[in-house]
Design a protein around this ligand. Structure first.
Ligand SMILES: [Zn+2]
Length: 343
């Protein structure tokens, strides 16, 4: 609740500040382009309306399925052209002038836009809040990455699977796909789900919050890969983690997870995986004073602390050092149908 108010207030302040600055510069630009009756209020209305129209355009564009780099770049260029054209059109309509004069008047707003970009880049993103999109599906059904979706055969609620890269050959087409049900939080096998790749959730990560057990966190991979990952925090500094009977045991005591992840079954073994997993009863994970242990909710498909081979320098393979944690996931903000507060 607190983080929602904090993020909402921060967003509103930044938005209003940017509209005021842009309107001021549009007003200057309007005089420069010799547009008559150029008041601040009209400039503000034009800026706000243009922005809302662009949001609708972007929302429509985000529904286009991902289709390779070349098409994504092409779509990006089209989107940029449409954004500029729509912005100028809305300004021209509200200021009752020509498209050409509207574009001319708009030009000085590039100054506050650049300043705003720097402000977000240098303060908000590194210290307060950052947006992420998650590549994999290992946190389904809480957070879904690129995925396939089909009704759960038991209850009919949506179930999610990872996108299987090799599904197109005949054999894998006949194999049922392992999915996880969004209502029961349990896995199910779906005979032949639609092989349509759907986009992942977009997340807000708060960098001021101290991570607590069961929080979903984003962190740098201890192995040193560039991608940031997202998992659930289950083991805290100084604890010994064991996975048994589908549950997490800390220092010999079985934990009961919160309501939001009730029903999840954590696996101490993965089918066909040759090695013993970290955190399995015969290979407990002992955490040092600044180390954390994380698990994915889709335990059968998650590459989490259990499977890592190489740790951060000076740390065991399963441990995330405290300074590798980027922040706590507080919200899913996109797509709208998946909007929710996590903390
Ligand atoms: Zn179900």
């Amino acid at each position: 609740m607190f983080t929602t108010v904090f993020i909402g207030a921060l967003f509103l302040v930044l938005l209003l500040a940017s509209w005021v600055a842009n309107a001021y510069f549009l007003q200057l630009g309007g005089r420069w382009a010799k547009i008559g009756k150029m008041t601040f209020l009209r400039a503000f209305g034009a800026i706000a309306a243009a922005e809302v129209v662009c949001w609708i355009l972007w929302a429509l564009f985000s529904r286009i399925p991902n289709a390779g780099l070349a098409r994504t770049v092409f779509a990006g260029i089209i989107l940029l052209i449409l954004t500029l054209a729509l912005t100028w059109l809305v300004i021209a309509l509200i200021l009752r002038t020509s498209l050409w004069r509207a574009a001319w008047a708009w030009l000085p707003t590039l100054v506050p836009r650049a300043g705003y970009f720097l402000l977000v880049l240098l303060t908000v993103k590194p210290y307060l809040i950052e947006a992420f999109v998650i590549p994999t599906n290992s946190m389904a059904p809480t957070i879904i990455g690129r995925h396939w979706e089909a009704p759960c055969p038991r209850c009919g609620s949506p179930a999610y699977s990872s996108v299987e890269p090799d599904w197109s050959d005949y054999d894998s087409h006949n194999r049922p796909v392992l999915m996880i049900c969004s209502r029961e939080h349990r896995t199910c096998e779906v005979a032949d789900p639609p092989r349509v790749e759907l986009p992942g959730d977009r997340l807000l990560v708060n960098k001021l919050l101290a991570p607590r057990r069961w929080d979903v966190i984003v962190f740098k991979m201890p192995e040193g890969t560039q991608t940031d990952y997202c998992k659930r925090l289950v083991g805290l500094p100084g604890e010994t983690v064991v996975i048994r009977d589908g549950a997490v045991w800390i220092d010999g005591r079985r934990l009961s997870p919160p309501e939001s992840c009730a029903g999840l079954e954590y696996l101490a073994e993965i089918k066909d995986y040759p090695e013993k997993l970290w955190g399995s009863p015969s290979k407990p994970a002992r955490l040092g004073p600044d180390e954390y242990f994380v698990l994915g909710d889709f335990s059968a498909r998650a590459k989490d602390s259990r499977l890592w081979q190489q740790g951060a320098p000076g740390h065991p393979p399963y441990a995330i050092p405290a300074d590798y944690i980027i922040g706590v996931v507080t919200h899913i903000y996109w797509p709208l149908s998946r909007c929710r507060v996590l903390r």
